[in-house]
Design a protein around this ligand. Structure first.
Ligand code: NFK
Length: 249
């Protein structure tokens, strides 16, 4: 099923039957991807007295309770409400769902013992391209990113100047395959988050950050349409399902 998208005077063809899902599914297993020192998610039959919500236990339906943390357990999209005293809901911040997107691949560079994504690397990868959304795939890019236990591993993160470059280029939606755009332990500095949302200036309430994507190696760097959908939680962050569509020439 093909469709033609008219975007800024140009026509682009995408094939809706060829979605490239870059989300990490949430499971109830201990192998579920994890960060921020929390237990694995739980997906378990609801119980009430004698009742067990499971067909094999005599119930008419499977009826699971799910408990998880959107920031810790899988692909999620967050808004400025992640770092503000006042409440902002990502469900209201994100009001459009299709974006012209660039997928880029970065090998974080070692600076002062940390692996970081620098302004220079983003500049090189993006050139003068203008995109509403940017997906950053970091290398190495192995499938263990779907199950990695990130607590106390000091994963790569974006330098403040790198986040500023994205703001300057007008990027509104940033997607990364890391648990955070900031350093794991930074005493709450959150420099890349604050910069991307322009926390100390005219705040970018509509901008979103999506963490924990997984971009398979079969997906080449380049221009895509991104369909970014959330579960409709009124919260600073919600599990999300970003899907890319290759643009046909
Ligand atoms: N680096 C922060 C913590 C942090 O970034 C964080 C903590 C819990 C859940 C998510 C976090 N950041 C996510 O992008 C700190 O050290 O205070």
């Amino acid at each position: 099923m093909k469709t033609i998208i008219k975007h800024n005077t140009k026509n682009y063809t995408i094939d809706l039957s060829q979605p490239l899902d870059i989300s990490i599914p949430i499971t109830g297993k201990s192998t579920n991807v994890n960060a921020w020192y929390v237990d694995p998610p739980k997906i378990e039959p609801h119980t009430e007295g004698e009742f067990i919500g499971k067909v094999t236990e005599g119930a008419s339906t499977n009826f699971n309770d799910i408990s998880f943390n959107p920031h810790a357990h899988g692909t999620h999209t967050e808004c400025i409400g992640h770092i503000t005293e006042e409440f902002h809901s990502v469900n209201k911040s994100l009001s459009k769902f299709f974006f012209m997107t660039e997928v880029i691949t970065i090998a974080p560079e070692k600076i002062k013992g940390d692996f970081v994504i620098s302004k220079k690397q983003l500049q090189y990868a993006l050139g003068n391209k203008n995109r509403e959304a940017v997906v950053i795939r970091t290398i190495p890019n192995l499938r263990d990113k779907m199950t990695r236990q990130y607590a106390n591993t000091n994963p790569p993160y974006l330098l403040e100047s790198a986040a500023q470059l994205l703001v300057d280029k007008g990027v509104e939606h940033l997607l990364v395959d890391l648990p955070s755009v900031d350093k794991e332990k930074d005493d709450g500095a959150l420099l890349a988050h604050k910069t991307f949302w322009n926390y100390d200036g005219k705040r970018r309430l509509q901008a979103t950050i999506t963490e924990f994507v997984f971009v398979a190696n079969s997906i080449k760097d380049g221009k895509y349409f991104l369909n970014l959908q959330l579960a409709s939680f009124e919260n600073d962050a919600s599990p999300s399902r970003p899907v890319l569509y290759l643009i046909e020439e």
